[in-house]
Design a protein around this ligand. Structure first.
Ligand code: AMP
Ligand code: GLY
Length: 425
C-alpha cells in the first residue's frame, strides 16, 4: 500500500515509524511532516482538503491516516470518503465524541456508559444554579476543542463561579459557548485505545501519561510530558471490562445514531472504586501515547489501520511485545509558557544508537544538515526494556546523550509504575 499520513507531531512520527515497518506498506508520505519524519517518509505540503484529495488521486494513495483531531472535526474524512478514498479517522459527525463534551455525555447517558454525573449549559445563570446543588470539588469543561486547556477542576464554589463566568465571557471562543459541569472522579487515570471499523472494535493497548510540566506531577498542564506502557493497573480483567462497558457500547451507540465510528477511539478513563468511568473520548491517537504504543506493537500497523478504515477488523486483537516502553518528552525551555524556536539539537544519532531506543520528533525542522527546535514539545525519547524500570533507565540514558541546552525534560516519567514494580520485588 501507499499511505498518506496527515500531521506534523510526535504522534505522526510514531505512526510513520509503525507504517514503514509494516510489510503491507510500500511507501509513506506525510503532510506536512517534520524534520524527523522526513527520514522515514516523503514529506509533502498539502494545504486544504482539495489538495489532499488531488494528491491521493495523483499518487494512487490506498489509505489516508489522519493524525490530529482538528481536521477530523472539520470533516476531512468525509471529504476523502466522498471522493472514494479510504481513510482511517471518523466523520465529522462521529468526531463529535471529541469535538463536543456535551455530545459525549449525552451518548453515555442514553446508552448507559459509565461516566460522572453532569449538566450541560449554555448560560451562566443555569450553570450556577446547578453548581449550587453539587458538592466540591467540581469539574468545569468547555464543550468544544480548546487545545487541552478547556478543563478546570475547581476546589471551591467561588472559584467555580468565576470559571463559569470566564467561559461564557469567551475565554475559549466558540469552544466555551456551551459548558459541561461534571462530577469530580477519584482514582487512577489511564488512556485506553481501540481500533474501530464502524461495527465493532479491537483493543489496541493502553498507556499512562504525565500531563503536568513539573516533577511529581506538579505545575501547569501540558500536552503530555511523557508516557509509559503497559500500565501496571491494567489487568486482563480490567481490559475486558473497559471493552464490554465502554468501548463496544460506544461503537454500537454511534452506529445506532447513524454516525458509525471508524478510526481509533482513545478513552481517557478514571479507574474508580466503582470501576472504570469515562473522563473523555478522543478520536485519534494520543501524543505522546502513540510513541509507546508503536514501540510495543508487534503487528502490521498498515494492515490494521486499513482494516479499521475499510470495515473489516480481525476478531483477534493486535499483538504487542511483552516489553515495557517509556517515552520522555524533551520540551523547549519555557514550555508550556513562551519559548524560543530555532536552537540546534545535537547527538540524536548517539541516543538512537542505544539498543531499543527511538527518538520521535514532535517539533523539529531539518536545516542544512542540522536539527533545529521548532515547537514547544520537541522530542519524544522512547525506549523499550524488559520491564518499566529498564525502559525508564534506557530512555534517560538516551536523553543524556542529547546535547540541547535550550531544552528540558522531567526526570521522573513512569515513577508510579516503577514504584509499583519496586514494591512488588
Ligand atoms: P480532559 O481534557 O477532559 O482529559 O481533562 C483533562 C484532565 O482533567 C484529565 O486528564 C483529568 O486528569 C482531569 N479531569 C477531567 N475530568 C475529570 C473528572 N470528572 N474528575 C476528575 N478529573 C477530571
Ligand atoms: N496526551 C494526551 C492527548 O494526546 O490528548
Amino acid at each position: 500500500m501507499q499511505i498518506l499520513v496527515v500531521g506534523s507531531g510526535g504522534r505522526e512520527h510514531a505512526l510513520c515509524y509503525g507504517l514503514v515497518r509494516s510489510s503491507s506498506v510500500k511507501k509513506v508520505y506525510c503532510s506536512p511532516g517534520n524534520g524527523g519524519i522526513a527520514e522515514q517518509a516523503e514529506c509533502v505540503t498539502l494545504e486544504g482538503d482539495d489538495a489532499i484529495v488531488t494528491f491521493c488521486r495523483d499518487k494512487a494513495i490506498d489509505l489516508v491516516v489522519v493524525g490530529p483531531e482538528q481536521p477530523l472535526v472539520d470533516g476531512l474524512a468525509d471529504r476523502l470518503r466522498e471522493a472514494g478514498i479510504c481513510v482511517f479517522g471518523p466523520s465529522a459527525a462521529a468526531a463529535q465524541l471529541e469535538g463536543s463534551k456535551g455530545f459525549t455525555k449525552d451518548i453515555c447517558q442514553k446508552y448507559s456508559i459509565p461516566t460522572g454525573a453532569y449538566g450541560r449549559f449554555d448560560n451562566a445563570a443555569d450553570a450556577k444554579e446547578y453548581l449550587g446543588k453539587q458538592s466540591m470539588p467540581i469539574v468545569i469543561k468547555a464543550d468544544g476543542l480548546a487545545a487541552g486547556k478547556g478543563v478546570v477542576i475547581a476546589a471551591r464554589r467561588r472559584e467555580a463561579e468565576r470559571v463559569i463566568d470566564e467561559m461564557f465571557d469567551g475565554k475559549f471562543g466558540d469552544a466555551s459557548r456551551e459548558i459541561v459541569i461534571e462530577e469530580f472522579l477519584e482514582g487512577e487515570e489511564i488512556s485506553f485505545f481501540a481500533l474501530c471499523d464502524g461495527e465493532t472494535a479491537v483493543e489496541f493497548g493502553s498507556a499512562q501519561d504525565h500531563k503536568a510540566v513539573g516533577e511529581g506531577d506538579t505545575g501547569p498542564n501540558t500536552g503530555g510530558m511523557g508516557t509509559y506502557a503497559p500500565a501496571p493497573i491494567m489487568t486482563p480483567a480490567l481490559r475486558k471490562q473497559i471493552m464490554q462497558e465502554v468501548i463496544l457500547p460506544t461503537v454500537k451507540a454511534m452506529k445506532a445514531e447513524g454516525m458509525p465510528f471508524h478510526g481509533v477511539l482513545f478513552a481517557g478513563l478514571m479507574i474508580t472504586r466503582d470501576g472504570p468511568q469515562l473522563i473523555e473520548f478522543n478520536v485519534r491517537f494520543g501524543d505522546p501515547e502513540a510513541q509507546v504504543l508503536m514501540m510495543r506493537l508487534d503487528d502490521d500497523l498498515g494492515q490494521l489501520l486499513y482494516q479499521a478504515a475499510s470495515g473489516k477488523l480481525p476478531a483477534n486483537p493486535p499483538q504487542f511485545r511483552d516489553e515495557a516502553a517509556v517515552c520522555v518528552v524533551m520540551a523547549a525551555n519555557g514550555y508550556p509558557g513562551a519559548y524560543e524556536k530555532g536552537s540546534e539539537i545535537r547527538h540524536i544519532d548517539e541516543a538512537e544508537a542505544l539498543p531499543g531506543v527511538k527518538v520521535f520528533h514532535a517539533g523539529t525542522q531539518a536545516k542544512d544538515g542540522k536539527v533545529l527546535a521548532a515547537g514547544g514539545r520537541v522530542l519524544g525519547v522512547t525506549a523499550l526494556g524488559g520491564n518499566v524500570l529498564e525502559a525508564q533507565t534506557q530512555a534517560y540514558a538516551a536523553v543524556d546523550k542529547i546535547d540541547w541546552p535550550e531544552g528540558f525534560c522531567r526526570r521522573d516519567i513512569a515513577w508510579r509504575a516503577v514504584k509499583t514494580l519496586k514494591a512488588a520485588s
